[in-house]
Design a protein around this ligand. Structure first.
Ligand code: FES
Length: 152
């Protein structure tokens, strides 16, 4: 059967359309596959936007943070660094690239397990390597009378 304005050869022109559809469908399936993979096996991936806690959070004894280094508080999604004996800095532990939770720092350097951005938690949370280009989000932190760090 032919339709007005279509020749028998017009059916051949659906070939590229099918190809485009196939490609788009394949891309959609691939995206779902990546998301499913990360939901099941990437516990650090694509958590959220970096943000400060809504209310103060007790993190633990200040002595657990090494001088010149940093510590990850995974449940609170915070990092605390300690440039000097009595100085503490806190950061959201959510990567500023696409929101993965950072890995426990080595020294004062925290790395993202997703795309390997690295951040200096002593020098302003600045990125040392991309793809992230924004620094970590700074969060207020203090030590209470019992020597416990309180963030937020
Ligand atoms: S989400 Fe951290 S580098 Fe991409």
């Amino acid at each position: 059967m032919t339709f007005p304005g279509r020749s028998a050869s017009s059916s051949a022109s659906t070939g590229p359309l099918r190809s485009r559809r196939t490609v788009l469908r394949g891309a959609a399936i691939a995206s779902v596959g990546v998301a499913a993979t990360c939901l099941t096996g990437c516990e650090h991936r694509y958590e959220a936007k970096p943000e400060a806690p809504d209310e103060p959070v007790e993190l633990g004894p200040a002595d657990e943070v090494p001088v010149g280094g940093a510590r990850l508080y995974e449940r609170a999604r915070l990092l605390v660094s300690r440039p000097e004996e009595d100085t503490f800095l806190a950061w959201s532990a959510v990567c500023t690239h696409l929101g993965c939770l950072l890995s426990p720092p080595e020294g004062a350097i925290a790395e993202c397990p997703c795309h390997n951005s690295r951040f200096d938690t002593i020098d302003g949370g600045r990125p040392l390597a991309g793809p992230a280009y924004d620094p970590l989000l700074s969060v207020p932190v203090r030590m209470n009378d019992e020597g416990v760090l309180v963030a937020g």
